[in-house]
Design a binder for this molecule. Structure first.
Ligand code: NAD
Ligand code: IPM
Ligand code: MN
Length: 366
């Protein structure tokens, strides 16, 4: 029997709660599709600071390096917010792990089932058939990583600097991911930037135009300023098919996409890089698009769907288990649309716990 080797990094807040049930789902689907799980769990984020004195311990990195994929929960929370900014879990664990494995391509599907439109803050008549779009976000460049990045005293006051920087090769490689994504969908890409103000965006737009003209002339390419894109996403999300953008704009737009698709608790993600795993498939990190949800952590009520669907993406991209991935996605859809819902998507239906949601999904698996 094939054995899938991956690292499990639950992290903080709701991370461990949603991770535990997503492993139950992966185990169950493995029995039907004839694979077993060979995973190793490790600390990351705040829990790693507490247990090992470092947010991204070397031992955790080694476990990830010896794996074919990483299943990630979320990191951060109030407990660690008083640490110096560079030592907080987000900057000391999440960004370094993305960088360490060159995970430059973040794929966030925005899917709202037509049966769930009442969970969206958008009026149902604007999204009668639900929503089906995808955001391709550049993940290892831009203002998140540019140098210099510092806070210092100057002329008697404090100044802080972040640097937004992109080079052509970084834009071209993520453009390729947008092209491949669009080819598997509607052949339509909207590239989002702020080319009326930012030099990085001027380069982004020029590079994207040239790259698409040369490598994918069949794809309908459009450009939109990010402020307008934020507005258009709320006005008529289905005008987009593939939303394609740089790191920070993608962070912001994908949360907006999460809420119009019902809840951040439904929004999965895959972060892929150039490297291949031992199966000659993309090495990737799979995580919900939302965070540790401190407001509901520890209560057993978080929506596990984003974590479970991230597990499905892992099966598809890093293990080539397409049928098992489809089975999970179908089971989540059937469970949710037949009325099993955690509080964030309940809207009129009696909300159920994380565990009950997972049981409902298990029942829908083949
Ligand atoms: P958040 O995504 O944690 O929460 C925003 C809102 O969405 C909250 O009301 C929360 O309850 C809700 N929500 C998110 N996921 C949910 C789920 N699965 N089920 C039900 N509701 C859900 O964002 P925040 O409050 O801005 O951040 C909290 C902490 O998480 C911060 O420390 C932040 O830096 C961190 N964070 C981590 C990641 C990550 O590890 N990838 C991502 C985003 C935020
Ligand atoms: C996300 C998160 C992270 C990001 C934070 C926690 C560093 O918001 O994955 O969307 O900004 O990339
Ligand atoms: Mn975010």
């Amino acid at each position: 029997m094939k054995s899938l080797k991956f690292a499990v990094l639950p992290g903080d807040g709701i991370g461990p709660e949603v991770m535990s049930v997503s492993l139950d789902i992966l185990k169950a689907v493995g029995q039907s599709f004839n694979f077993s799980l060979d995973y190793e769990e490790a600390d990351i984020g705040g829990i790693a600071i507490d247990n090992q004195g470092s947010a991204f311990p070397q031992s955790t990195q080694s476990i990830c390096e010896a794996s074919d994929a990483i299943l990630f929960g979320s990191v951060g929370g109030p407990k660690w917010e008083s640490l110096p900014p560079k030592e907080q879990p987000e900057r000391a664990a999440l960004l370094p792990i993305r960088k360490a494995f060159s995970l430059y391509a973040n794929i966030r599907p925005g899917l709202l089932y037509s049966e769930l439109t009442e969970a969206s803050p958008l009026k149902t008549n604007r999204i009668p058939n639900g929503i089906d779009i995808v955001c391709i976000r550049e993940l290892t460049g831009g203002i998140y990583f540019g140098q210099p990045k510092a806070t210092r005293e100057e002329d008697g006051e404090t100044i802080a600097i972040d640097t937004m920087i992109y080079k052509t090769s970084e834009i071209e490689r993520i453009a390729q991911v947008a092209i491949e994504t669009a080819r598997a969908r509607q052949n339509k890409v909207c590239s989002v930037d702020k080319a009326n103000v930012l030099e990085t965006s001027v380069l982004w737009r020029k590079t994207v135009n040239e790259y698409f003209a040369k490598h994918a002339p069949e794809i309908e390419l459009s450009h939109m300023y990010v402020d307008n894109a934020a507005m258009q996403l709320a006005r008529d999300p289905n005008q987009f098919d593939v939303l394609f953008t740089e790191n920070m704009f993608g962070d912001i737009l994908s949360d907006e996409m999460g809420v119009i698709c019902g809840s951040l608790g439904m929004l999965a993600s895959a972060s892929l890089g150039a490297s291949k795993n031992s199966l000659d498939l993309p090495f990737g990190l799979y995580e919900p698009s939302g965070g540790t949800a401190p407001d509901i952590a520890g209560k057993g009520i978080a929506n596990p769907c984003a974590q479970i669907l991230s597990g499905a993406m892992m099966l598809r991209y890093s293990f080539g288990e397409h049928e098992a991935a489809n089975a999970i996605e179908d089971a989540v859809k059937r469970a949710v649309t037949s009325g099993s819902r955690t509080g964030d998507i309940a809207f009129g239906i009696e909300p159920i716990s994380t565990e009950a949601m997972s049981q409902a999904i298990l029942k829908e698996l083949p």
